[in-house]
Every structure is written in structure tokens, then in C-alpha cells.
Design a protein around this ligand. Structure first.
Ligand code: ADP
Ligand code: MG
Length: 364
């Protein structure tokens, strides 16, 4: 059990690269926190600073109100699970899990108890005598988790632990790690660049870009109220559609002008745009593929926001189909029901409700 407090953490590597800037965050006891962002945005650096594997250039790191900037990694009571789980090939599963405890000169009986308990939690009991090469990828990843669990650390740090597994195993392990968190009731900080993992596993998400925090929120809030185009485009599949529109006022109502169409902006949002000085300026209207609907019934449902374009490509995903439609020179992705069939090149429609539209500054 532990809470972490990161205050204005920064990391500049010896070569001069500043990988993390002014990173401030409070991680609550027993929280499952996700750090997400594209490759190179500084996620691993944040984890390594927490673990004590990387010196902190500026700022303060506290664990349970104790400043630990200068506390050695081995004295922080934190376990880290890596992407390439690096098991000792010549040791059995049991000995791999026991290794760290033996180094610490823990009594044999206690080691046995801890390993057996971890093996039970991770369903590894029947595999304890095997060598890593006799295990599947998922089983090896579970052994790597087991090695962390046996130490009973206060905090688990996981750096893209599933990225070496195939898609099906990833889904399975995603659920197992979420269950593990419930079971252990410890603080988890989990790094991923996979938006499905980010959206489904944690209680809170930190979205990073170029070493800076973009947004910290629950998965639902990140999805519903992304603060900028970067966050909106990064989370949610297949991302958000962005359309440049001109904000205008006519007869006291605010509209977003998209080519020839005048789309009525909901009153509160319109007021906000007006107050913030966006009248007669171009902004970006964001709308998710799942909040658009295809030809068929859209004209009745959203007559005020019906656009027409040409179907460029349709992607069948089983439960749903995505239409890539060229509308006024740009490509818009629309989620349609699988029954809706259309030929490439055919004229199709795309309708939506402005209640689901987001407005962003350009290039945010
Ligand atoms: P992520 O885990 O999000 O992919 P990293 O924390 O690994 O990002 O890296 C962030 C930035 O810091 C990158 O630009 C990377 O090249 C740089 N970086 C990482 N480790 C080192 C290092 N040991 N020395 C110099 N630069 C580094
Ligand atoms: Mg990394």
C-alpha cells in the first residue's frame, strides 16, 4: 500500500534531451494509474524515476509522504515489470520467482510460502518445475509478474508488459492484470501506448506528449471531454474526425459553417465559443466515427447535420463497418451497421448530432 506524489519532476539526459518536463501528479493508494502516449513521449523515463533507476533532474518524488529522490532503488519497495520479461533461462519457474528473495536472504520457508501464493494467484502452480523455454509467451509473462508479486512491494510499475504478446493473449492478460490489481489491492502504475489497454484497465489515465502531461482524467472523461486534438485523436478507435469550420453568429444563434452547410452549435457551447473570442474564426470540429451515422435513416434523425460525400473505402470489422467518406475534400470515418452495404465510389451520407461535437483550437 502506498501513495506517490510527483512534484514538477523533470528529466534531462546527459546528451541534453529533456524527456520529461514539470510532471506533477498524485497517485492514490491502491489506484490503477495508466500512463499513455506515443513512443518517445517519456513514459518509461517517468517509471524509471519512480523506481529509482534514473536520477531525477529536478522536482520531488515522495512515497507515502517521504521524500525519496535520493533513496536507492532497492530501498524503495517498488517492483517493476518490463516489456521483455527477461527470465533466467537456466532456472525453473520456481527459482525464477524465488531469485530476488534469495538475494535478499529471506528465510527459505518464507520464500516457499510467497512463491506458492504468487503461483496460486497467477495459475502457475503446475508449471513451477518447468524452464522458461517450456512455457508459452503468456505463461512467461505471468512468471515475470510472479517475480514482482513475491516481493510484496508497495507499488507495481509495469512498462508495456503485454506488447510482446499476440493480440488474443494480450486481451486475456489485460483482464488478468486488472484482476490481479483487485486481488493485491496495491498501487499500480501501468505504461502503455495501446489505447485499448489505456481505456479498459485503469481508474485514471495520464495522457503524455513530448514529455508533457496533456490530460489526467478517468477513461470516460478522457473520451467524453478531451482537452485538445492530440488527446481526442489518440484515444478512441479509429480516432476522431476533425473538420475545419468557421464559427459565425446569425440572428443571435451560433453556427459552425462547413462548406455550404450551417451547423447549429448547441446554446451553451455556442456561448462559450463566443465569449472566448472564436466568432468569425476557424476552429476544428471534432466528431467520433461512432457518433456519425451513414446513409439510410440519418436524414430523418439529424437533418440539420447531414453531409454528403463519396465512399472511398469500407472496412468490415465484423460487428461494425467503417466507411471512409470523402466530404468536401477531406476524409471522414463513419461507423455504420454491418447491414449497410455500399459500393466504393457511390454517393453516401453522413449525419450527426451537434450534441456530440467537440470544438478545438487548430493544431492543439
Ligand atoms: P517512451 O517510454 O514514452 O517511449 P522514453 O522515456 O523511453 O519514452 O524516452 C523519452 C525520450 O528520452 C526519447 O526522446 C528518448 O530518445 C530519450 N531517452 C530515453 N532514454 C535515454 C537515455 N538513456 N539517454 C538519452 N536519451 C534518452
Ligand atoms: Mg518506453
Amino acid at each position: 500500500m502506498a501513495s506517490l506524489y510527483l512534484k514538477n519532476l523533470s528529466k534531462t539526459y546527459p546528451g541534453g534531451v529533456t524527456a520529461v518536463r514539470d510532471f506533477s501528479l498524485e497517485i492514490k493508494d491502491q489506484e490503477f494509474l495508466i500512463l499513455v502516449g506515443p513512443s518517445g513521449c517519456g513514459k518509461t523515463t517517468v517509471l524509471r524515476m519512480i523506481a529509482g533507476l534514473e536520477e531525477i533532474s529536478a522536482g520531488e518524488l515522495s512515497i507515502d509522504d517521504r521524500l525519496v529522490n535520493d533513496v536507492a532503488a532497492k530501498d524503495r519497495d517498488i517492483a517493476m515489470v518490463f516489456q521483455n520479461y527477461a527470465l533466467y533461462p537456466h532456472l525453473s519457474v520456481y527459482d525464477n520467482m524465488a531469485f530476488g528473495l534469495k538475494l535478499r536472504k529471506i528465510p527459505k520457508a518464507e520464500i516457499r510460502k510467497n512463491v506458492q501464493e504468487a503461483a496460486r494467484i497467477l495459475a502457475l502452480e503446475d508449471l513451477l518445475k518447468r524452464k522458461p523455454k517450456e512455457l508459452s509467451g503468456g505463461q512467461r509473462q505471468r512468471v515475470a509478474l510472479g517475480r514482482a508479486i513475491v516481493r510484496k512491494p508497495k507499488v507495481f510499475l509495469m512498462d508495456e508488459p503485454l506488447s510482446n504478446l499476440d493480440a488474443q493473449l494480450r486481451t486475456q492478460m489485460r483482464i488478468e492484470i486488472a484482476k490481479l490489481h483487485k486481488n493485491l489491492q496495491t498501487t499500480f502504475v501501468y505504461v502503455t501506448h495501446d489505447q485499448t489497454e489505456a481505456m479498459t484497465m485503469g481508474t485514471r489515465i495520464v495522457v503524455m506528449r513530448d514529455g508533457l502531461i496533456q490530460q489526467i482524467d478517468s477513461p470516460q472523461a478522457i473520451y467524453d471531454q478531451p482537452v485538445n486534438m492530440f488527446v481526442a485523436g489518440f484515444l478512441g478507435s479509429p480516432g476522431m474526425n476533425f473538420l475545419e469550420v468557421l464559427i459565425i453568429e446569425e440572428n443571435g444563434c451560433i453556427f459552425a459553417k462547413l462548406a455550404d452547410a450551417l451547423l447549429p452549435v448547441p446554446t451553451a457551447e455556442g456561448q462559450r465559443l463566443k465569449e472566448q473570442g472564436y466568432l468569425d474564426r476557424e476552429v476544428v470540429l471534432g466528431i467520433r466515427a461512432e457518433h456519425l451515422c451513414g446513409s439510410g435513416d440519418f436524414l430523418d434523425r439529424y437533418p440539420e447535420c447531414a453531409l454528403r460525400g463519396r465512399l472511398e473505402f469500407s472496412e468490415l470489422r465484423g460487428a461494425e463497418t467503417y466507411h471512409y467518406v470523402r466530404i468536401d475534400g477531406r476524409e471522414v470515418v463513419v461507423r455504420v451497421s454491418p447491414e449497410l452495404r455500399a459500393e466504393t465510389g457511390q454517393e453516401v451520407g453522413a449525419g450527426f448530432t451537434m450534441a456530440k461535437a467537440h470544438f478545438f483550437d487548430q493544431e492543439s
